[in-house]
Design a binder for this molecule. Sequence first.
Ligand SMILES: Cc1ncc(COP(=O)(O)O)c(C=O)c1O
Length: 405
Amino acid sequence: MSISLIGKSIGESATLKLNETAAILRAKGEPVIHLGGGEPKTKPPMDALVAVAGLINSGEIRYTPADGIPALKQAIIRYTEDFYDRKVAPENIIASGGAKQSIMVCLQAILNPQDEVIFPVPYWVSYPEMVKLCGAVPVPVKAEDGSFHPRLQEIEQNVTSYTKAVIINSPNNPSGVMYSEEFIAEIVEFCEKRGLYLIMDDIYHRLIFDGKKPINCYKYAKDLSENSKLVVINGVSKQYAMTGFRIGWAVGNKKLVEVMTNIQSHQTSGPSAICQHAAVAAINGVQSSVESLRLTLENNRNVMMAQLKSFDGVKAYKPDGTFYTFADFSTYMKDSTKLAEMLVNKVRVVTVPGVEFGMEGFLRLSTCGTIKDIKDGIERMKWALDPNAPNELYIGDRKLVRDWM
Ligand SMILES: Cc1ncc(COP(=O)(O)O)c(C=O)c1O
């Protein structure tokens, strides 16, 4: 079969594949614990659901402007003022089918084949593939000290004449790390000086813990004119538990947004009308669900850390935000793909292999399920991996016998 070079270079989304595996096993009645998921299980805000019902009742569900309905742009303008203390115009905003599409059209708008895009390791699984979809080259940068915090010098060492952009995701999927304010200030200044686009993927910026406050990248930008190459990404998926609505957005300079809109208009004609109305209602509506989700996630994080502490040989790092913990399991198995496969096959616990995020030997464990999922999931993992654990484990009335150690 004749398949394009770009098509051939793109891997399957590891996280979406795992969701599928879990769904198939569950449908067969298997007692799966999903510690691989990337979506909160709480309900979307009532305001969003009411808005959807209203629009459906009206039957007036038509094409919208490719870059989003005026009401959504107004809501994003307010959001940007509230969280970034920055006043932007409607022409600075594009709403897309999820933050994923905003990032994708941004990359398509700025990259030529061979251009390079830098991002720290560990990184969100989609960044390398999105860059490759543009015919460009992903450049993941690993901190030499093995931490999740690359230093500016390490980013700088990877800049070449082909470098077009840097992507920073803080707090980070999969590590949960929030980069320091100092690092954000440095990277904003560095990208401005070197004329690089800086894409700040802030999708988790309201889901942070321990009294931390979101970091506002604009505070460190010297150039806030229409020449600024700073692009801020956000969306409703994570903070409002609205993953299925597929609404995200980008805030950038007017020329860039115009080009992104042209691209998007030929891809999808813009995001779904129904979902845009739901997003408007969520952003403008009662915000208590965000705080309640944040508190739940902080508590879940604490439970996960306590469980992992009692897991000999696992190195866990306390996340500052998100709903992920990225833990080092290399003492048990160096190959994280094999380890994740073994865990799902033997004890029906779904995790995501660290190699998908650029760090072999790690597993990403999600904390967006219930406390019971976290406790039972880690219990099963301990049983599967600890040679000193008793030989048998009961899952409900099913008896598992360990025959692999
Ligand atoms: C770091 C990061 N950016 C962007 C996205 C995309 O979110 P959306 O559902 O808005 O497309 C995700 C989703 O997992 C993510 O983890």
